[in-house]
Design a protein around this ligand. Structure first.
Ligand SMILES: [Zn+2]
Ligand SMILES: [Zn+2]
Length: 148
């Protein structure tokens, strides 16, 4: 989880720093953080793309971790994922179809639909609190920073 926390510090949308690490048998298969589409400017440079109070410019950390595995031809079936925040509904669906069997999250984030469905799908959801001492200093955001 500490590694996920470090990865999250690379996020390029300052509205939410999230990091994800996909692991099997203590081996890191893939990592991801929330950021813009490859080739497009970062939120920190070009501003956010706001829809209904959320920034939609970025691809979420867990999606990017799945994509990185796909680009590198790494099999992630039956693997575990460590995410600094619990997955949103869209990411949860992608993780489920990617064959992820265990989701460890650092903090609860917004959506609890996944929790109901996870049991049905035999996906283990585990709360792994972020260790105080492991907190990575977040670089100061350019411009006004909003939460949510
Ligand atoms: Zn943004
Ligand atoms: Zn998501």
């Amino acid at each position: 989880m500490n590694i996920a926390r470090v990865v999250s510090s690379r996020a390029t949308c300052h509205r939410k720093f999230v990091g994800a690490v996909i692991v099997r048998d203590k081996t890191i298969l893939s990592t991801g953080y929330n950021g813009s589409v490859r080739g497009l400017p970062h939120c920190s440079d070009a501003g956010h793309m706001m829809v209904e109070g959320h920034c939609v410019a970025t691809i979420h950390a867990e999606m990017n971790a799945i994509i990185q595995a796909a680009r590198n031809g790494v099999r992630i079936e039956d693997a575990s994922i460590y995410i600094t925040a619990s997955p949103c509904w869209n990411c949860f669906k992608a993780l489920a179809n990617a064959g992820i069997k265990r989701i460890c999250y650092g903090e609860f984030y917004r959506d609890d639909r996944s929790f109901d469905v996870a049991q049905e799908l035999d996906i283990d959801m585990a709360h792994v609190p972020l260790e105080e001492g492991a907190v990575v200093k977040v670089p100061p955001a350019e411009g006004p920073r909003r939460t949510g």
